[in-house]
Design a protein around this ligand. Structure first.
Ligand code: FMN
Length: 423
């Protein structure tokens, strides 16, 4: 089923009950932290993460070690914020890590803290993660009790605390600066960048913001080294990645594969293919916030040959993002699908900037018209026009994300739109 002999991140699939701290430590858990505290200087931890080429798994794929090295020396305190907002439609990987393998994430946070000299970390979860966060708090309590967190960790000079915080369930609070605002108790709206959080972050102090999955990669990298990690994945996209597979597949779920694995393997071997012998019409590689890629009968070439790494998905016209693959079969009405995403973005727009606040509203309005039979000639071009006006003019990427399904569905399935206008 898997291209991996053993999971690197979803280790609970090989080691049952690894969420229990005793099982985790019996299987090498917290050895990386022990190694770092006894044998490595903080900058050596950053260096090995850099050499491993670990890229952020929250969406943008920015190299984690490089981000850590932006933390200015000598400014205290330094914070770490763990992005567990996981609000992208079709994304459910961070939740599985938190629920089933929380200590690997906690150990990764502690290693990051040691590397950048942080005193505290905040794990920010979406409001709906109340249940998973009860288990996470238990795991944190266990880690404190065993001396992996708190004062003088493992009898070293390093002291560090982790706190949890739940938001109220807003997509925009996954955007790192809106998350910081929310964590400070303010309205969850994005900040201007620059300055970036590494310089001016939580409470105006240097802050590393990393995704749950990103930090969960760190313990095996520190323990086994960069070369070991680079045996997985491609040169520019090293390591393994959790692909969230949903929609029209026989076996939806999370699948951990090396980056660069073929889409065919994910959909057919892992997911059991499209049920009922129906044709694959389209996929969304990154939930709602990246362009739709057409299936074999609708686009040129065979999308199933796509290599699942950051560069290849971009070259194919979309983005890997958080790797939440939503599969749509031939029965899907693409205007309906795009209208659902338009509704999502209108609902989630934070209202801070007018191109996004107004644009997402107008886009949904045109979709309503098209779908209730009162579409006007020119409506398809009007949608493209609104998308053009939003692109590059929104305060943050939410607005830019929102036009991806609009543009790409028109690009590949324009006949379905035109049929509605005529009808
Ligand atoms: C609208 C929007 C929503 C986002 N949602 C999430 C999210 O739910 N989880 C996440 O980790 N990153 C999310 N991001 C990306 C974060 O801003 C940030 O890049 C990420 O947390 C950095 O961590 P990484 O470098 O480990 O990927 C979102 C970005 C935008 C623009």
């Amino acid at each position: 089923m898997s291209l991996l002999a053993e999971h690197v991140l979803l280790r609970h699939r090989d080691v049952p009950h690894i969420r229990d701290i005793n099982v985790y430590t019996n299987h090498g858990g917290y050895d990386a932290l022990r190694k770092a505290l006894s044998d490595m200087r903080p900058e050596e931890v950053t260096d090995v993460v850099k050499a491993a080429g670990l890229r952020g798994r929250g969406g943008a794929g920015f190299p984690a070690g490089v981000k850590w090295s932006f933390i200015p020396a000598g400014v205290k305190p330094v914070y770490i914020v763990v992005n567990a907002d996981e609000s992208e439609p079709g994304t459910f990987k961070d939740r599985e890590i938190i629920e089933a393998n929380p200590h690997q994430m906690i150990e990764g946070i502690a290693l990051c803290a040691y590397a950048v000299g942080a005193q505290a970390a905040y794990v920010y979860g979406r409001g709906e993660f109340k249940g998973p966060f009860v288990g996470l708090q238990q795991a944190l309590d266990d880690a404190y009790e065993k001396g992996f967190l708190g004062r003088n960790i493992l009898n070293s000079d390093f002291s560090f605390d982790i706190y949890t915080h739940l938001g109220a369930g807003a997509y925009i609070c996954g955007e790192e600066t809106a998350l910081l605002e929310s964590l400070e108790g303010k309205l969850g709206q994005p900040r201007n960048r620059p300055p970036f959080p590494a310089q001016v972050g939580l409470y105006n102090k240097p802050t590393v913001v990393n995704n749950v999955e990103t930090l969960t990669n760190v313990p095996p990298i520190v323990l086994h080294g960069a070369q070991w990690y680079r045996q997985f994945g491609t040169d520019k996209s090293p390591g393994t990645k959790i692909f969230c597979l949903s929609g029209h597949v026989a076996r939806p779920g999370n699948y951990e594969l090396p980056l660069g694995a073929p889409l065919r393997h994910l959909i057919e071997e892992c997911g059991g293919g499209v049920p009922g012998g129906r044709a694959l019409k389209a996929i969304l590689p990154a939930g709602a916030s990246a362009p739709i890629l057409p299936g074999p009968g609708w686009g040129t070439g065979d999308i199933l040959d796509l290599s699942l790494d950051y560069e290849s998905v971009q070259a194919a016209g979309s983005m890997l993002g958080s790797a939440s693959f939503i599969v749509m079969d031939e029965t899907v009405d693409m205007v309906w699908a795009a209208s659902k995403m338009a509704h999502f973005f209108k609902h989630e727009s934070c209202g801070k900037c007018s191109p996004c606040r107004e644009g997402t509203y107008w886009v949904e309005d045109v979709y309503h018209r098209l779908r209730d039979g009162s579409g006007r000639p020119g409506d398809v071009d009007l949608l493209l026009n609104i998308a053009d006006q939003m692109d590059g003019n929104c305060f943050c990427l939410l607005g830019e994300f929102s036009v991806c399904p609009v543009r790409s569905s028109i690009q590949h399935f324009r006949d379905e739109y035109e049929a509605l206008v005529k009808g």
